[in-house]
Design a binder for this molecule. Structure first.
Ligand code: SAH
Ligand code: SF4
Ligand code: F3S
Length: 461
């Protein structure tokens, strides 16, 4: 048995891909470990989206190198691989900055990992650019990688990869390549396997997931709404989510489905990036703020209890105080259940990075703080509104404390329950007793008619 440690950075697609890498390496005798100490192979599945994310990899590599050297002194060895978006973007440069790295492999080449490992093993893990694969091959990696078996109650399923949008700040179209949709039978089979192995919830993944257009059984093109309707027929599957969507691809069929398909959860991550039309234009988002407002309005009309999250960038080149005020105004208007916000980070090779109108760091800091305060306030208000309500929670992980379990509400809130070990892995009704900044506390409702339940509901009112 050889020990394999994989660490994922960045988006959920990397988490999914890390699973695929573990699957493809398993036949070579690798089993996954919790940390890199004493590992025979370490894979960092990296993210290039902002400079900080990218640079973090090199400090982590420094730590891993020490372990590699320690093992070597004891007569052992360690293969170090860099995968993911930094691998794709920096390629050979990684070997010059970190010569002890053995493998650099881009997101479309994970099926070639066994060959790359064999190449390294035949030479000894000496680093120095022995094994690199950054191809965008003709045959999709999905056709060549083993199908995931899952095992969790909530699983990711990649249905689409890459992006053709070319927002002027973003590296994804370069690191993940052109948009590609997997075909329906392949996705359906994977969904079946995952549910047979215990999945109750599936999150369909794609960099631009609602642009999905895969081939159906008869060779016709199937959009995301149709795919979801198809998957919803799997009885064991109770919850469906999809992420990340682009407002432009939020078509009426998909919007309407939120009102009719009960398995589709009432929570949508729909990034807008900015509330200013001028900035949206400079970002090449291809829609204005009012268009986004209308999409939100239509979704609320279809599903009145739907809640939203978004991504925002502050300090995009040329962003004025007025532009930023328009973002704050949009956030106030929409009211988010949660949202992510980032300072603009110039990325090599993207059009916005070369703009002369870069915003000073101090201004970015100030704007980020204001925006994050507003978002935290909205999130707290949203969470507090659940106190005294009953909702269903899918318990998918252990909590920090002995006996505590954690799960997700339909609205993606983290809910924790004391002494709940018996309910791990189950979808349970829960009364919310406390709403906090980023989580909810609750108690499991065993029987709706129970007097304990009535007392609970009374006490939390
Ligand atoms: N495909 C998704 C998001 C991909 S990246 C979409 O279309 O929205 C996730 C988020 O990172 C983006 O939504 C954006 O807010 C942020 N981001 C991307 N590039 C960035 C950059 N150069 N600087 C700061 N934030 C960035
Ligand atoms: Fe990046 Fe824009 Fe594509 Fe999202 S839609 S991945 S932000 S280029
Ligand atoms: Fe990061 Fe690549 Fe995902 S840059 S956000 S890991 S697509």
């Amino acid at each position: 048995m050889k020990k394999l440690y994989i660490k994922s950075y960045g988006c959920q697609m990397n988490v999914y891909d890390s699973g695929r890498m573990a699957d493809v390496l398993a036949p070579l005798g690798f089993t996954q470990a919790e940390d890199y100490i004493d590992s025979d192979m370490v894979v960092l599945n990296t993210c290039h989206i902002r400079e900080k994310a990218s640079e973090k990899i090199y400090s982590e590599l420094g730590r891993i190198r020490q372990e590699k050297e320690r093992r070597k002194k004891l007569g052992g060895d360690m293969i170090i691989a860099v995968a993911g978006c930094v691998a794709q973007a920096e390629g050979h440069e990684i070997f010059s900055r970190a010569p002890f790295v053995d493998i650099v492999v881009g997101p479309q080449s994970y099926h070639r990992l066994p060959e790359l490992v064999a190449k390294v093993e035949s030479h000894g893990a000496r680093g120095n650019g022995l094994a690199i694969d950054l191809d965008f091959p003709e045959v999709s990696k999905f056709d060549l990688l083993p199908a995931p078996s899952g095992g969790g109650v909530s699983e990711f399923l990649s249905i689409q990869e890459g992006c053709d949008q070319f927002c002027t700040f973003c590296v994804v179209p370069y690191t993940r390549g052109a948009e590609y949709s997997r075909n329906v039978p392949e996705i359906y089979r994977e969904a079946l396997t995952l549910t047979q192995n215990g999945a109750i919830e599936l999150t369909l993944l794609g960099q631009n997931v609602n642009a999905y257009h895969g081939l159906g059984l008869d060779g016709e093109t199937i959009n995301l709404a149709k795919l979801i309707r198809h998957l919803a027929k799997i009885p064991a599957l109770k919850r469906i989510r999809y992420t990340t969507s682009h407002p432009l691809d939020m078509d009426d069929e998909l919007i309407a489905l939120h009102g009719t398909e009960e398995k589709l959860m009432p929570f949508l991550h729909l990034p807008v990036q900015s509330g200013s039309d001028a900035i949206l234009k400079a970002m090449n988002r291809k829609h204005d703020a009012d268009y986004y407002r209308k999409v939100i309005e239509k979704l609320r009309h279809a599903r009145p209890d739907i809640a939203f999250s978004s991504d925002f960038i502050v300090g995009f080149p040329g962003e004025t105080d007025e532009d930023f005020a328009a973002t704050m105004e949009l956030v106030r208007e929409i009211g988010y259940a949660q949202a992510y916000s980032f300072k603009y980070s110039p990325r090599p090779g993207t059009p916005a990075a070369d703009k002369e109108s870069q915003v000073p760091e101090a201004v970015k800091d100030e704007r980020l703080q204001q925006l994050q305060e507003l978002i935290s306030h909205q999130q707290r208000k949203f969470n507090e509104s659940f106190v005294g309500r009953e909702t269903e929670v899918l318990f998918d992980r252990k909590g920090k404390y002995e006996g505590q379990i954690m799960g997700r509400s339909p609205w993606m809130q983290s809910v924790h329950v004391k002494d709940g070990e018996a309910y791990a892995g189950r979808l349970m009704p829960v009364v919310i007793t406390e709403g906090r900044g980023s989580s909810l506390a609750g108690e499991i409702v065993e029987f709706a008619s129970d007097t304990r339940y009535n007392t609970l509901m009374r006490n939390t009112k």
